[in-house]
Structure formats: C-alpha cells, structure tokens
Design a binder for this molecule. Structure first.
Ligand code: C5P
Length: 299
C-alpha cells in the first residue's frame, strides 16, 4: 500500500470451533469458555475505499438480507477508528457475502476485522497492532481471533488468545474441513441465554475442559481424529430437530460431525484423499445444495 492508494480488498475468513466448552457465567454477564478455534479458507471479501469529501461511511452488500445500517459491525469498526484513533476519514465498504448469518462461523466479527485491516492499510498504518487488538476486543468477543489468521486457543469471554506452537498449527493444517449448515439460523445471544437459563446443566467443568483440550491437541499432533466438543449442541439440538438424524447418519459413515460456535453451521474433518462422497451425499439429501457450504482448508 502507498499513501495514494484509495481502495483495498480484504479477505474475511470464517472460523470454526474444533473444541468449545462453556464453563460458566462471569460477573460481567458474559460466559467463560475454553475453545480451540481456527480460521478457514472460506469467507467474505470486503472492499474498503476512501470516500473523498464524505461525512459518513457507506456500506453495500451483494446479499440483501445483510443489514447495512449502524447495526453492522463493519460500520461500528469504522466509527471506533475515528472515535479512538483520530482517523478523520470516511470510507465506502462493499461486502461480498458468503458466510451465512446465524451460523456460528464468526462472519460478522470477521467482516469487522477486515474493515479494521482495510482502514489500517488505507491510512498508512495509523493503527498499530495493539490498537487493532484493543479495537477488535471492543467490537466483539471473537473479533481478536481474526487478527492473526491462525488457529488459537480462546479463553475468558473469547478475547484471551493463546498461540499454539508451530507443530500444532501445522498438524491442524493437515486436516480438511467440510462445512454444512441447516437452513435454521441461531442467534448467539439466544444460545447464551439458553445456557444461562439452564442453570449449569450445559456447562463443562473448567478443569475438565482444559484436560479435554490438551487431549484434543495431542490427538491432532498425532494426526488422529481428535475428541471434539461443543456445549452449544445441547441447546441447538433441543430446539431444532434437523441435527440429530443428520449427525447419526454421518456417524454411521464413520465421521465425527460437530456444530461450530453457537450454530447452526456444522463441520466434519477429513484428510486429503479420504473418501467423503458418501458424507457429501448424506448432507445433500438432508439439507439440499444450499446446505453444503464448502470443502476447505485451515488458514
Ligand atoms: O461479544 P459478542 O457481541 O459477540 O456477544 C454477543 C452476546 O453473546 C453477548 O451479548 C452475550 O449475551 C453473549 N456472550 C456471552 N459470553 C461470551 C460471548 C458472548 O454470554 N463469552
């Protein structure tokens, strides 16, 4: 980028949670979690352009169902840049949307971080990495994850990120991931609300979560299918009948499907060269073409 550049295109990847334990509520009303989370090669593309002589940001999107008003985290990210970091410019954003809303794939958060990256590039790095982290955390619990674009362990409300070692990252990247999504969309606040209302029934003990996470990382390092958990499955499966039979069919084919985040997107892991045609067909039969999102890789 140079000072004269006026437009930049930024990839906004989806994420999946390979392991997700909700361990309880916090004083701030949020929940503590322990999660192994990884960005994938499937995502949105955000174009960020300087809006010369403008006095407001403009957001457009190729998917009419995406809100393009102040509710959208892209516009909140841009407003925060002006409020906290003295950026005086306004921007035109165009979003090519692929990541479904209400999927647990982190689409809205990733788009917001793409906006921060775009603004950083166009303002010649007026935002340093620690400012970006502080802004990302302010925008949403899982925003910081999208800054480094590599698998991480998440703790706290999602903002405490721990890096994996190189061998662990490489081991995760040897897996491929098939993402699929039933037509239902699940709101994250609703899913956390159900967790809270259950008075502990769906929480995992924090020590147990740490032990399982270590086992999960060990299996991945050995190239073995890891033990996976997502505590939100209990919440989603109780309300939506679509998951159980599909998961049973995939399990009977020898796969280990899991829901991502607060749902409704799900995935299964496989290795390059593994036969997944039957699994694909099973997903197509249950969900139709639109339910099969993508075979993709980890970033
Ligand atoms: O941080 P974010 O805006 O993504 O969170 C959306 C909602 O999900 C929060 O308002 C809160 O109700 C819930 N949440 C939670 N615990 C977390 C993350 C989110 O209770 N760790």
């Amino acid at each position: 980028m140079s000072a004269n550049d006026t437009k930049v295109e930024v990839f906004a990847p989806a994420k999946i949670n390979l392991y997700l334990a909700v361990t309880g509520t916090r004083e701030d009303g949020f929940h503590n979690l322990v999660s192994l989370v990884a960005p994938i090669s499937y995502g949105d593309v955000l174009t960020v352009e300087r809006a010369e002589n403008a006095f407001e940001d403009v957001l457009s999107c190729d998917d009419p169902s995406v809100p393009t008003n102040a509710e959208n985290l892209i516009l909140q990210a841009s407003a925060f840049c002006r409020e906290y970091y003295g950026i005086t410019e306004y921007f035109k954003f165009h979003l090519k949307k692929k990541i479904p809303i209400g999927a647990g794939l982190g689409g809205g958060s990733s788009d917001a971080v793409a906006a921060l990256r775009g603004i950083q590039a166009l303002t010649c790095d007026a935002l340093d990495e620690s400012s970006l982290y502080a802004l990302a955390e302010k925008i949403g619990s899982d925003c910081p994850l999208f800054l480094d674009l590599e698998p991480k362990v998440m703790r706290g409300r999602g903002e405490q990120l721990a890096s994996l070692d190189k061998a662990q990252i490489e081991a995760i990247r040897r897996w491929r991931v098939l993402v699929f999504k039933p037509s239902v969309s699940i709101s994250t606040p609703w899913a956390y609300g159900c967790m809270k209302a259950s008075e502990g029934a769906f929480y995992t003990d924090s020590q147990r979560a740490e032990d399982e996470l270590s086992q999960c990382l060990d299996s991945i390092a050995k190239g073995e299918q890891p033990f996976l958990r997502n505590d939100f499955e209990a919440v989603a499966f109780r309300k939506y009948m679509v998951f159980e039979p599909l998961f049973q069919s995939l399990k009977s084919l020898g796969h280990t499907p899991l829901m991502s985040g607060s749902g409704s997107a799900c995935f299964l892991l496989y290795k390059e060269g593994d036969a997944i045609d039957e699994a694909r067909q099973c997903i197509l039969d249950a969900l139709g073409e639109e339910g099969l999102l993508a075979p993709c890789a980890f970033l």
